[in-house]
Design a protein around this ligand. Structure first.
Ligand SMILES: *Cc1c(COP(=O)(O)O)cnc(C)c1O
Length: 402
């Protein structure tokens, strides 16, 4: 259908002409996109390599086994399942593998940086499980002391760490030891930071975590999808059975092929350099805002939070809409102890994984922060801001050139 392909071209133009600062997005390589759009989508392959419910899976088995082996190598782990269709599905499967309905889980709330699947009232996770939350200190870092006290008090069956809007290194060793102390499973959802861990910029959840879930499309720079990792033979058996036939049917082997390619790319030395550049760009941008007098969080990762209400007198929702008029894509985000509603918020989340894939340097990160600051504080108008965005984008690579 012609219209669909015209819309793809328009979306490609939008991606090329803008500055993509949504912290959960990235740009995939041509090989990843080729595999994702390949004839592998034609094949039914319910089951696992060597144990399929359909014939003709000889090559598919090799592709899926390659994905599993590369993933195990990438994170230095014993067992992996590459079939979850998304990060949310991976979490659903992981919970169901080690928990019974109604079991207690202890997580960080969505408002403080967690994810919908970490027990939000509107999500299955709060309906299936008995959810309790730990919180952040005033400086925005996890209150590990209070986490321990809460864990001792409620005796959860599972403690979860790994977030969507947390700009600091997570102390997996400490949370792991608290989980051990109270006899809980320790689950890590590394959806946002998987690329940082693979690239050596964030400590690994292993050997502390019992079960680890992730997306593959954020900092890991693969196709849209999910994965589950563990060092426990007992847990992987439960995960595999819960994934299929428990919750999913046929795996998306085209996406699994693309996942394998992205794991291969993440194992190359260039990926380490890329991740180091992401962290440097993010830190530079956060420091630039602070230097300019804006209220931004510090960062040790690929993202930080900008308090637009305190800095510019506008809500996160309005800042997101204003920035879109100058082709800068961001998302409104709750800040720690935010007094606005989740669909309004007091700030935005900014991430540099995607623009760094396009070759953004430290100088580009400084200019990005300056454009946002100058525009939101009304030092420049939309015409001037657009010009500066165009100039900056002209220094970046096209999104289908790698
Ligand atoms: C993005 C994210 C997910 C969900 O991923 P989807 O693929 O969108 O379902 C889960 N957990 C965390 C922490 C995330 O940031």
């Amino acid at each position: 259908m012609k219209k669909l392909f015209e819309l793809v071209e328009l979306e490609k133009k939008r991606q090329n002409e803008g500055l993509e600062l949504i912290a959960s997005e990235n740009f995939t390589s041509e090989k990843v996109r080729k595999l994702a759009g390949s004839i592998l989508t034609n094949k039914y392959a319910e089951g696992y390599p060597g144990k399929r419910y359909y014939g003709g899976c000889h090559y598919i088995d090799e592709i899926e086994q390659t994905a599993i082996d590369l993933l195990k190598e990438l994170f230095g782990v014993n067992y992996a399942n590459v079939q979850p269709h998304s990060g949310s599905s991976a979490n659903m499967i992981a919970y169901a593998s080690v928990l019974n309905l109604g079991d207690k889980i202890l997580t960080l709330s969505l408002n403080e940086g967690g994810h919908l699947t970490h027990g939000s009232p509107v999500n299955f996770s709060s309906k299936h499980y008995d959810v309790y939350h730990y919180g952040l200190k005033d400086d925005g870092t996890i209150d590990y002391e209070a986490l321990r006290e809460k864990a001792l008090e409620i005796k959860p069956k599972l403690i979860l760490a790994g977030f969507s809007a947390y700009p600091y290194i997570i102390d997996f060793a400490t949370i792991g030891s608290i989980a051990k102390e109270v006899g809980a499973y320790f689950m890590v959802d590394m959806a946002h930071i998987a690329g940082l861990i693979a690239g050596g910029a964030h400590p690994s959840p292993f050997p502390y975590a019992d079960i680890v879930t992730s997306t593959t499309h954020k900092t890991l720079r693969g196709p849209r999808g999910g994965i589950i990792l563990t060092n426990s033979e007992e847990i992987i058996k439960k995960v595999n059975f819960m994934c299929f036939p428990g919750m999913q049917g046929g795996p998306l082997e085209n996406i699994i092929g693309a996942k394998a390619q992205s794991f291969y790319e993440a194992l190359q030395p260039e990926f380490k350099k890329y991740i180091a550049q992401v962290v440097e760009n993010t830190k530079t941008a956060s420091e630039t805002f602070i230097k300019l007098g804006a209220e931004a969080s510090k960062t040790e990762t690929h993202l930080f939070l900008l308090n637009t209400k305190k800095s510019y007198g506008i809500t996160g929702k309005d800042a997101e809409a204003l920035l879109e008029t100058i082709k800068i894509t961001t998302n409104k985000n709750m800040l720690p102890k935010d007094d606005e509603r989740p669909n309004t918020t007091s700030g935005i989340r900014l991430g540099f994984a995607a623009v760094t894939t396009r070759g953004m340097t430290k100088e580009g990160a400084i200019e990005t922060a300056k454009i946002i600051h100058d525009f939101l504080s009304k030092r420049i108008n939309a015409t001037e801001a657009n010009k500066r965005v165009d100039n900056l984008v002209s220094t970046l690579r096209a999104i289908d050139s790698f």
